[in-house]
Design a protein around this ligand. Structure first.
Ligand SMILES: Nc1ncnc2c1ncn2[C@@H]1O[C@H](COP(=O)(O)OP(=O)(O)OP(=O)(O)O)[C@@H](O)[C@H]1O
Ligand code: SF4
Ligand SMILES: [Mg+2]
Length: 402
């Protein structure tokens, strides 16, 4: 007698779409996600908002990558595009590639996306209350997430939900199972959201400002929970925040975004101890430090990011950068590899650029007092693929923090 097909409806669809859309090879088998030159725009009545302007990055299996940057720099649009959560239209993927564990996300239609959301990639949002149904118990909501993806049956759903509540360290899970979202504190609600996001054992979890709405103590608890869950489950994580302080003890690597581009990326050590981009310096200086004196003012980066309706064809940070040279207002800086893991897009890394020093404290200073000579010296734009050694030899940038 033929064997009965015990696949659920969801599993059958998943299998069908897997055959159609899951055949792309990742460049590096250690990666779970590779994004190549991604461009996303919004078509509005006022014109095209170029929100993401050629972003390339990867996430390794079980890694935590932090994406940091000021408000409006494109962190959320980038991460939501990985799950195709931006409403299209008005959003539009102009070009680029997104490969998650072999799945070709850019090519996938909405029904196919529905089968991988939660399963392959999942998201935790800033405000948990917006994503919880106030009329259903927490247990029921987690159970539904499990059953939709065929991870539990009516018979075993209760045990599975309790397991997940235990995983996110929910006290008294049996009692909490029967409670409604309004009976939970903010931190507990965020645990519920994390529980739902992890219910189907995704390979990547995106956490978009997961602790912004929480007080400092609860913030620390949620962050350490995410870190612990990564260790227990092996789920890779993209942590999005505007606060570099948050990522210091969390992230393996950091990508710094500005005006829709990644302008510097490196391991946490490289970004915290050897940053090279003036914008990264600014972010680091504007975070409170334990040795900060009460009388000392926190530094802020003067000015505002450029209008993404008409972003400049040159360095987008030029109008706010104390080091801006002539070339900075003429051409986009090229991406320079400083180590196998550290890359930065800034003309200061050109071999002909003057050596500048990042002054530790509230501001930056040029090593040379003659800003005019900076403009003159650095106006050769042919910098591309130069090695760190070559730059050192040429008296490249000194961040002052080795
Ligand atoms: N629906 C939309 N229509 C038009 N423009 C949009 C839309 N959503 C986002 N944008 C624009 O895209 C750009 C990037 O926005 P995004 O939300 O990704 O910023 P962010 O880095 O996440 O900022 P924040 O830290 O404030 O969350 C912004 O200029 C924003 O105005
Ligand atoms: S390219 Fe020029 S303007 Fe842009 S960050 Fe570097 S020094 Fe500043
Ligand atoms: Mg955002």
């Amino acid at each position: 007698m033929a064997e009965r097909n015990i696949m659920t409806k969801h599993e059958r669809k998943y299998d069908l779409y897997r055959k159609q859309y899951c055949s792309r090879k990742l460049k590096d088998s250690e990666n779970i996600l590779e994004v190549e030159d991604l461009r996303v725009s919004f078509d509005t009545y006022a014109g095209e908002v170029k929100a993401v302007r050629g972003v390339t990055f990867h996430v390794k299996k079980s890694e935590i990558l932090a994406i940091v940057g000021e408000s409006g720099c494109g962190k959320t649009v980038t991460s939501q595009t990985l799950m195709k959560l931006n409403p299209m239209p008005p959003a539009r993927i102009i070009s680029g590639d997104i490969i998650i564990d072999g799945w070709d996300i850019v090519k996938m239609p909405e029904p196919a996306m529905q089968t991988i959301r939660g399963n392959l990639i999942s998201m935790v949002f800033q405000d948990p209350m917006t994503y919880l149904n106030p009329t259903k118990t927490v247990g029921k909501q987690i159970g539904e997430a499990l059953m939709v993806h065929g991870k539990a049956t009516r018979k075993n759903v209760y045990e599975k939900v309790i397991d997940i509540l235990n995983l996110v360290k929910m006290p008294e899970p049996e009692r909490r199972y029967r409670q409604f979202p309004h009976e939970f504190s903010g931190g507990m609600r965020q645990r519920v959201i994390i529980a739902i996001a992890l219910a189907c054992s995704p390979k990547i979890l995106i956490a978009d400002e997961p602790t912004t709405a929480l007080d400092v103590t609860i913030q620390a608890q949620i962050l350490s929970l995410i870190k612990e869950l990564r260790e227990k489950t092996g789920t890779a994580c993209i942590l999005i925040t505007h606060d570099l302080g948050v990522v210091a003890n969390m992230a393996d690597r950091v990508a710094v975004m500005y005006a829709g581009k990644i302008i510097e990326t490196g391991t946490s050590d490289e970004i915290f101890y050897n940053p090279k981009h003036p914008y990264t310096w600014g972010l680091l200086e504007s975070r409170p430090r334990p040795d900060h004196k009460k009388t000392e003012r926190l530094m802020s980066i003067e000015g505002t990011p450029p209008d993404l309706f008409a972003p400049p064809q040159y360095c987008a940070f030029a109008d706010r950068c104390e080091y801006a040279m002539k070339i900075c207002r003429e051409r986009e800086p090229v991406n320079t590899a400083l180590s196998p893991t550290h890359q930065c897009s800034c003309w200061l890394l050109h071999p002909d650029a003057p050596g500048v020093e990042r002054r530790s404290g509230s501001s930056f200073a040029l090593k040379t007092s003659d800003a005019g000579s900076v403009t003159k010296q650095a106006s050769k734009p042919e910098a591309s693929g130069t090695s760190q050694e070559e730059r050192r030899g040429a008296g490249g940038v000194n961040s002052g923090k080795k």
